[in-house]
Write a protein that binds this ligand. Structure first.
Ligand code: HEC
Ligand code: HEC
Length: 296
């Protein structure tokens, strides 16, 4: 904030306070100084209003409020004015962060030396990981990591990017981007339909046998490169296993065949953000331990 705006606030506040002091001064009436029968002149339905002085306690509170206001103005910072208290929210944050790091830094360091797979045996590590998860991940993956449409469930045995401690940590640290190409133009409506029947067959759902057989040919030519020849997926690409009947993109209460056909026609691009830069390595390590513990 420039000096002008700091001064602007001071002047405006000063004028307001002076106005309030003036208001008290000009409206007060010393007790006993005039005739007790004096009225303000308001009447309503024959009822008149006496012009009595303000109660003393009320007036004193008003003065105290004004004095408090002046004190507040000069103690705390306004723009360029540092305030006589030299307090700033940034300074307070820095102090609290330093105190926090001193208190917990050692604990984080200790957990950082425990392998991800073994953190699940440490109650404190899991509790801290869970807290971090609630604050940073629950928004997308759900309070209990159960997932939603487009956001994977982290408690089951179905993994897009692998389930070893190292793979999970890698996912959280650097983020992931799933790229499923759109096939609508290449395959046409009928092509999408028959390959959808084959995907339904792969996952053990009811399907049309004749169309599925035709779809299998397309699958081996166009899909197997990523989803593997038997449809079990490829963790390196984040290409899901299509045989386990667990779906990332199924709208509840909508026909599964419709969801699959939409995915194949338009493609998908799930995006898991990267956390290393935001949370630091030690917290990512704890989060990986927590996520690993959910399915182990
Ligand atoms: C903005 C939403 C969002 C947030 C926040 C988010 N994620 Fe994700 N996460 C995703 C999406 C979307 C995917 C799936 C990516 C894909 O489809 O390729 C994913 C995938 C994952 C996976 C891989 C699952 C698998 O099957 O391989 C893990 C593990 C994971 N997230 C953990 C976390 C953790 C831990 C946090 C908190 C630090 C977090 N996520 C925060 C959206 C999010
Ligand atoms: C370039 C690699 C690649 C090719 C080729 C590919 N896919 Fe995919 N597919 C993916 C990825 C990656 C995802 C996950 C997208 C995400 O995480 O958002 C995916 C997701 C899917 C899904 C959604 C699964 C779910 O759990 O909801 C289906 C269904 C699917 N693919 C079918 C196919 C079919 C059928 C073909 C061939 C016509 C095909 N894919 C070709 C990479 C590929």
């Amino acid at each position: 904030m420039t000096t002008f705006w700091s001064a602007y606030i001071f002047v405006l506040t000063g004028i307001t306070i002076a106005g309030l002091v003036g208001l008290i001064h000009f409206t007060r009436k010393m007790p006993g100084s005039t005739d007790a029968e004096e009225t303000t002149g308001h009447t309503f339905d024959g009822i008149e209003e006496y012009n009595n002085p303000m109660p003393k306690w009320w007036l004193n509170m008003f003065w105290l409020t004004i004095i408090f206001g002046i004190g507040y103005l000069i103690y705390y910072p306004v723009g360029n004015w540092e305030g006589i208290g030299k307090w700033t929210s940034a300074k307070q944050l820095a102090e609290e962060t330093a105190a926090h790091n001193e208190k917990y830094g050692e604990i984080f360091e200790r957990f950082a030396s425990i392998p991800v797979e073994e953190l699940k045996d440490n109650d404190q590590a899991i509790r801290m990981g869970q807290q971090l998860f609630q604050n940073n991940c629950a928004l997308c993956h759900g309070q209990t990591a159960q997932g939603y449409y487009g956001f994977p469930n982290l408690t089951d045995d179905d993994w897009l990017y692998g389930h070893s401690g190292a793979e999970i940590k890698q996912t959280i640290a650097n983020g992931r981007m799933g790229q499923m190409p759109a096939w609508g133009e290449t395959l046409g409506t009928n092509g999408v339909k028959i390959v959808t029947e084959y995907v339904l067959k792969l996952s053990g759902n009811s399907h049309d046998e004749v169309m599925a057989a035709q779809g299998e040919v397309i699958f081996s030519q166009m899909c197997a490169a990523c989803h593997s020849a038997d449809g079990t997926g490829m963790a390196a690409l984040g290409a899901p296993n299509l045989t386990d009947n667990i779906w990332l993109y199924d709208i509840p209460n909508q026909d599964l065949a419709t969801d699959i056909a939409i995915t194949i026609t338009n493609g998908r691009a799930g995006n898991m953000p990267a956390w290393q830069g935001i949370l630091g390595e030690e917290k990512v390590h704890l989060l990986a331990g927590y996520v690993y513990s959910l399915s182990n």
